[in-house]
Design a protein around this ligand. Structure first.
Ligand SMILES: Nc1nc2c(ncn2[C@@H]2O[C@H](COP(=O)(O)OP(=O)(O)OP(=O)(O)O)[C@@H](O)[C@H]2O)c(=O)[nH]1
Ligand SMILES: [Mg+2]
Ligand SMILES: [Zn+2]
Length: 295
């Protein structure tokens, strides 16, 4: 029998088999091989002396460290227009990690009633990059139907997740999108503008034809070590660069400062958002200093 891992806690996994869900443990062999079963994994179940156990992990499409999940098809990269203040660099780290792992990013700007101008500006930046982007307000109900329709239209069997900083409203939005859920939410500290890390683990919920996960919010610390890929992989993680790659004056152009760089020209012409290129520069600096053995 096969199934999909929908939750995990202290070595106990919830597996949805299509004929209901079972709770079970993984065979000891995974621990020896340092292979970790994560939410989103498709697994094989076998009966042994102790009952049902996970006996094999099916080949993965991808696996992320944050959120700890496998086989993601879509990631709803979520920020708030305010409280906490949006951090485009954090959003761009998430989109680049997603792109590198062949996960389609979709942008959600929540709490849009708090700062409509900033919300519209952020959506504009990501639409210019070619992403689907939604402004939503859980408090005023705005944009919820559009996101719901989008999720309902995702391919059968697809796996998605909401991801972003703590307190941006991921669980609040899930509660509105899926009225059967009553996920815990809690207020953002006014003093620090930080969330309280209310969601503690990744859980997949059935959504239309697929699955969608609520995940624990990030803190800035989670992103200090950005070592998922190398600087040579970086340009390909910005989809708005794609058409221009290979058209710069120098074949080895780093798109950071060279004369005749087609990417820089597009930034000056307003065809590529400056904040996206700023993130590119910052990531380039980090990855430039990264050694292969840092992985
Ligand atoms: N003003 C405003 N507040 C919102 C909106 N959506 C959610 N909130 C509030 O933001 C706070 C945090 O919401 P959560 O849903 O717990 O945030 P989260 O992203 O799940 O946070 P973690 O689980 O810590 O990652 C709660 O107090 C919500 O009521 C909104 O559209 N507008
Ligand atoms: Mg939450
Ligand atoms: Zn260039």
């Amino acid at each position: 029998m096969t199934g999909i891992i929908t939750a995990s806690s202290g070595g106990l996994y919830t597996v949805e088999t299509g004929e209901g869900s079972v709770q079970c443990r993984a065979r000891g062999v995974f621990r020896h091989k340092h292979e970790k079963v994560v939410v989103g994994d498709r697994v094989e179940l076998t009966q042994d002396g102790e009952g049902t156990v996970i006996s094999a992990i099916c080949e993965r499409k991808n696996v992320l460290i944050r959120p700890p999940m496998a086989n993601l098809d879509y990631i709803f990269v979520t920020a708030a227009a305010s409280m906490p203040s949006p951090d485009p660099f954090m959003l761009d780290k998430l989109t680049t990690i997603a792109e590198y792992n062949k996960i389609k990013p979709v942008i959600i700007i929540g709490k849009c009633e708090l700062d409509r101008e900033r919300a519209a500006e952020l959506c504009g930046i990501y639409r210019l990059a070619g992403y689907d982007a939604f402004c939503v307000s859980c408090h005023e109900g705005e944009g919820i139907d559009a996101v719901k329709k989008y999720i309902d239209g995702l391919p059968a069997g697809s796996i998605s997740a909401f991801a972003g900083a703590s307190g941006v409203g991921k669980s609040s939005l899930m509660n509105l999108l899926f009225p059967g859920l009553s996920l815990e939410t809690s207020s953002v500290s006014h003093k620090t503008e930080r969330g309280r890390h209310t969601t503690r683990s990744v859980t997949l919920y059935p959504s239309g034809a697929g699955y969608i996960a609520d995940t624990p919010g990030f803190s800035m610390l989670d992103f200090e070590h950005f070592d998922f890929f190398t600087k040579d992989d970086l340009p390909d993680t910005f989809p708005e660069f794609a058409d221009l790659l290979g058209t710069c004056k120098y074949t080895k152009c780093s798109h950071t400062k060279e004369d005749g760089c087609a990417i820089l020209a597009a930034v000056r012409a307003g065809k590529i958002a400056r904040s996206r290129h700023d993130s590119y520069l910052a990531l380039y600096e980090i990855l430039k200093n990264k050694h292969a053995w840092d992985k």
